[in-house]
Design a protein around this ligand. Structure first.
Ligand SMILES: Cc1cc2nc3c(=O)[nH]c(=O)nc-3n(C[C@H](O)[C@H](O)[C@H](O)COP(=O)(O)O)c2cc1C
Length: 258
């Protein structure tokens, strides 16, 4: 068995972006990000604005590829992760970068289609907050469409849920309906789970008066379960003031001594 060259097992991070401006700020930031990836042990390759400017306009009906197009597709195909960088142009991705990204349609039939299973860092330069924000959303959405993981990832993941049919708040044997306008103290216990929260993770609590189709529909009429003949809209209020401080209790598992 041949030992693989250590170089070839280092992850390859491909940076794509910048503009043709000789002092492109976007390219400066992209180069800095690639240097950071190198400092952490990655190999890198930069596809800069001048490279992108040599690509013909992507046309879905044209099958032939120029050497520059082939080089871009092959480089991205071999990437373990990517960083894309664009200026905000009229609050969106520059045409230069988008033309290169459109060409990634050539990766559609790969065993690892498009940018699947790869983290993609997203960089936007802009004059203003608004254009920067809308362009970043656009880049992230495009990366999602190509099945990449735009980073920072920023997803909400359901970790646990719980449910209480409130008529059973005091007892399963003696259900008692609530009186509209009256405030009740209730406790909803989430099903057991365990999650490691790392730096930067945040906890979101969703309160809803339904959990269908996981559980049956509550018709809010007070009729016996599964025998309701009509539906009513319920208006629920969660109190967060000093005398009624609704809260979530998360037990912490002590760190094991090593
Ligand atoms: C055609 C054009 C459109 C632009 N539109 C916006 C915009 O909508 N919002 C914004 O904040 N900046 C906008 N800018 C400013 C650029 O995003 C900003 O200058 C960027 O850093 C330029 O990147 P570069 O230095 O890599 O060329 C625009 C610039 C150009 C040339």
């Amino acid at each position: 068995m041949q030992l693989r060259d250590q170089h070839s097992i280092l992850p390859l991070i491909v940076g794509i972006g910048g503009t043709t401006n000789p002092v492109s700020t976007t390219e400066l930031v992209l180069r800095a990000a690639l240097r950071m990836a190198e400092a952490r042990g990655a190999r890198t390759r930069l596809i800069d604005g001048h490279f992108l400017a040599r690509l013909p306009l992507y046309a879905p009906e044209v099958q032939e590829r120029t050497p520059v197009q082939e080089e871009l597709v092959e480089t991205v195909r071999g990437a373990d992760g990517l960083i894309v960088a664009t200026p905000a142009y009229h609050a969106g991705i520059s045409g230069l970068l988008k033309n290169g990204i459109d060409l990634l349609e050539d990766l559609r039939d790969d065993a690892r289609p498009y940018l699947s299973n790869r983290a993609v860092g997203c960089i936007v330069t802009a004059y203003g907050w608004q254009g920067g924000g809308t362009t970043l959303i656009s880049v992230r959405t495009t990366i999602h469409a190509l099945r990449g993981w735009p980073t920072p990832y920023g997803i909400a993941m359901n970790v646990a849920d719980g449910i209480l049919r409130v008529r059973y708040r005091d007892s399963w044997e003696k259900p008692s309906l609530m009186t509209p306008g009256t405030v009740y103290r209730i406790q909803v216990t989430a099903f057991p789970t365990s999650n490691l929260f790392v730096r930067g993770h945040r906890i979101r609590v969703d309160v809803s008066s339904s959990n269908f189709p996981h559980f049956d529909v509550n018709p809010n009429t007070g009729e016996p379960e599964a025998r309701a003949t009509s539906l009513r809209i319920a208006t629920n209020r969660v109190y967060l003031d000093a005398s009624r401080p609704s809260h979530i209790i998360l037990p912490i598992i002590p760190r094991l001594a090593r």
